[in-house]
Ligand binder design. Sequence first.
Ligand code: CP
Length: 301
Amino acid sequence: MSTHHLLDIQSLSTQDIEFLLQRASALKRGAAPRRLNGAIANLFLEPSTRTRVSFELAAKCLALDVVNIEATHSSVSKGESVLDSARTVSAMGVRALVVRQSVAGGVHDLVVGLDDWPVALINAGDGVNQHPSQALLDAALLHDRGLDWSRLRLAIIGDINHSRVARSSIELYRRLGVHEIRLAGPTEWLPNELSAHNVHCVHSVDEAIREVDVVIALRIQRERMQGQPGLDDAAFHATWGLTEARFAQLAEHVLVMHPGPINRGVELAGIVADHARSLILQQVQMGVFMRTAIFEWLLPD
Ligand code: CP
C-alpha cells in the first residue's frame, strides 16, 4: 500500500474531508482515540506554538512517541538540506514527519525526494502556500457547531495573499459549498484572480462583514514581506482591522475566528479577541482533535 500524505486541501477527496471533520468532532465529544505504535517527528524550521504543540499532544493521545526538531538545534543549521534531514529522521523509523518550512511547495518536494520511503508527510505550513490542518480544524469547529455550509457567509479580512491559512481555507470552504466567501484587505494583499463563483473580493472591511455569519481575521505576515515598506499598525487597524466599533455593528450571532498568533490592536481589537463570540481558543482546542484525526487517517494500525 502506498504511503498517504497531507500536503494540501486540493489532494483530499470529499470522503477524506468528511471523515476528518466528523472524526475531529467525535474526538472532541469524547470518542476514544486509537492506539498506535511507533514514533512521529515534528520538523519545524519556522516558529510555531499551536501547530507544533498540538501535533505533539495529538500524537501522545494516540500513544505515539514524539521527537521535536527545531531549526536552531538541528543539522539544518550546519548546512544539511531539509531533504537530507528528512531522510535522516525517516531512516530512524518515524512513521510520520510533520514539517513546517518557508518554501512554498517544499513539503511536496520532500515527498518526491523521499521517493517511496514509508513515512507520511504532513504539511504544517509551507511558506505562503498551504496550511491544511489549520483549515481543517477551523472547518471542524464550524461543523461541530452545526452550521449549514449552504447558508454560511464568511468574511476573511487582512493579509490574504501571504496567508497559507487563507489559501487552504478558501479552497476548503469552496469545496464544502459555503454560500459566500468575501475577502477584504489592502489591494496589494488581495488575489488578482478568483476561480470560484462564491468567492469575492470587496473593497472595505465594512462591506466584507455586512450580513456575514463568521469573520476570520488574519495576521499581517511581515516575515514574508522582505523589501516591502513597513506598515503602520494603527493605520492598518483603523482601515482593515476588526475594531471594537465594527464588532459592535455585527449581528448577535456573528462569530469571530483567527488562526493565530494574534496581534491585538492590529488585525483585531483585544476586546474582540476576548469576547464570548470569539472562537480563537476553541480553534486551538479543536487543533488537538483535528491533528489526532489526521494521524488516525494517515497511519494504519
Ligand atoms: N496558526 C498557526 O499556524 O499558529 P502557529 O504558528 O503558532 O503554529
